[in-house]
Design a protein around this ligand. Structure first.
Ligand code: FAD
Length: 416
């Protein structure tokens, strides 16, 4: 008989785990399976470039729930298994080993895989993406023999890894193709602040950097694959690197759904209840392209724990009969050195950025406006602004810019 579950969740990461948790919390009485291609039970991904990489947290401490929890809640954990195709008419998925699993409802929560370089040398040993525990364990296993690390991509993950590796005493270079770090996610004041912080910690931050290829070394007469030794820049310079970390975004893992006929492209398209265009199939988290109220209705994918958890919660409630549309305020965080960045709202499309407080004090916020209304805040070591600013974003409020710029005026007084 074919294995079958009332709800089959594909992807045992943040969104998948939360969907299973919420279904049980909402008293869903049917069978649930949480299937994923990694060997570990669901774990938190953010610490991979922070406390897990630095050794401050063990793997057990980053598990979303203790390993025994899932069986106690009657959630079948099907680990180390990969879905390769979906048959929406038969309500079944096919796994890499050729077996099938049937479902009543399918929740697709597969995240994405790190975008790879396409230049020569991209597959040399010592070149790493940062997405899974296995990626980071592999990196950590090589660190002893490494002096020079080149990080390609000045986004959050690359900068967080750079901060940890600098603490380990490595010589770190960050290569960013654009003219500032964090260019896709933050305004210029924040980018310049982080650029200066990394430089002050000894990181060689290079902007407008163009990589031609990676160079490697193969020991004569040995069977070992070639290892990376350097990064070849387009101006001819070769930067020494025994390790290269590639942090240039992800490719959403939606191929099986698109092949089955789901609408989408960069992610799978979902409606306000996270339904795909295929019957009884939802999609959530990093792989779900949705119209977001905080992006003025634009169709976007959000790569954050908040979005994965909130969409999972929404789907669990939808399965239980509720019909609220997705309307969750985006939030995010990043830890680098002793700096805790907390972001609320989405700054894309801002037409003014107000700096609140003094960046030199290492505690300040950037308030983003569009047509006078607050759309987002980036708060560095400024949790009060982050907490109080949420109401400004949620309400689309338009306080006087001079008041927003004055750290002596609490943001909550501007939301009144
Ligand atoms: P994931 O958590 O990635 O889970 C997807 C799972 O599905 C994976 O295990 C994947 O291997 C599996 N899978 C994929 N395809 C298949 C298939 N065909 N069959 C079976 N299984 C499959 N967000 C924040 O908000 N704050 C942070 O500070 C932060 N830091 C981050 C640091 C790092 C290093 C990384 C990688 C991410 C970080 N994020 C952060 C982003 C956050 O982790 C993601 O947004 C979140 O994990 C998305 O959850 P998800 O369920 O969509 O995908």
């Amino acid at each position: 008989m074919v294995e079958r579950y009332d709800v089959l969740i594909v992807g045992a990461g943040h969104g998948g785990a939360q969907a299973a948790l919420m279904l049980r919390q909402q008293k869903f009485a049917g069978t649930i399976a949480l299937l994923g291609d990694e060997p570990e039970p669901p774990y938190e991904r953010p610490p991979l470039s922070k406390e897990y990489l630095s050794g401050e947290k063990t793997f057990e401490r980053i598990l979303i729930r203790p390993a025994t929890f899932w069986a106690e809640r009657e959630v079948a954990l099907l680990l180390d298994r990969r879905v390769v195709s979906v048959d929406p008419a038969a309500h079944a998925v096919v796994l890499a080993d050729g077996s099938s699993i049937g479902y009543g409802t399918l929740i697709w929560a597969t995240g994405g895989s790190p975008r790879r370089l396409s230049c020569p040398g991209h597959d040399l040993v010592g070149v790493h993406g940062v997405r899974t525990r296995a990626d980071v364990d592999r990196m950590m296993g090589e660190l002893d023999g490494v002096t020079n690390v080149v990080v390609i991509g000045g986004g959050y993950i690359g900068l967080e890894a750079a901060a940890v590796l600098t603490k380990f005493g490595k010589t770190v270079t960050v290569l960013e193709a654009l003219d500032r770090v964090l260019a896709r996610v933050a305004g210029e004041p924040l980018s310049r602040f982080y650029e200066a912080e990394h430089r002050a910690h000894g990181v060689d931050v290079r902007l407008g950097a163009k990589v031609d290829g990676l160079v490697g070394f193969q020991s004569v007469g040995e069977d070992e694959p070639a290892r990376v030794t350097g990064v070849h820049m387009s101006d001819g310079e070769v930067l020494p690197a025994e390790m290269v970390i590639v942090g240039i975004g992800i490719v959403p893992a939606v191929e099986p759904l698109l092949e089955a006929g789901a609408e989408g492209g960069n992610g799978v398209l979902v409606d306000a209840q996270c339904r795909t265009s295929l019957p009884d199939i939802f999609a959530i988290g990093d792989c779900a392209a949705h119209a977001n109220d905080f992006a003025r209705g634009a169709t976007i994918r959000l790569e954050s724990v908040q979005n994965a958890n909130d969409q999972a919660t929404l789907v669990a409630k939808t399965i239980m009969g509720a019909a609220d549309p997705y309307h969750a305020v985006p939030w995010f965080w990043s830890n680098q050195y002793d700096l805790r960045l907390q972001t609320v709202g989405l700054s894309t499309g801002f037409d003014a950025a107000i700096v609140r407080g003094e960046p030199a004090s290492r505690s300040f916020s950037v308030v983003y406006l569009r047509e006078g209304k607050v759309i987002a805040l980036d708060c560095v070591n400024a949790t009060k602004d982050y907490v109080q600013g949420r109401a400004l974003v949620l309400g689309g409020l338009a306080p006087p810019p001079a008041s927003l710029a004055d750290p002596a005026i609490p943001l909550k007084s501007l939301a009144a």
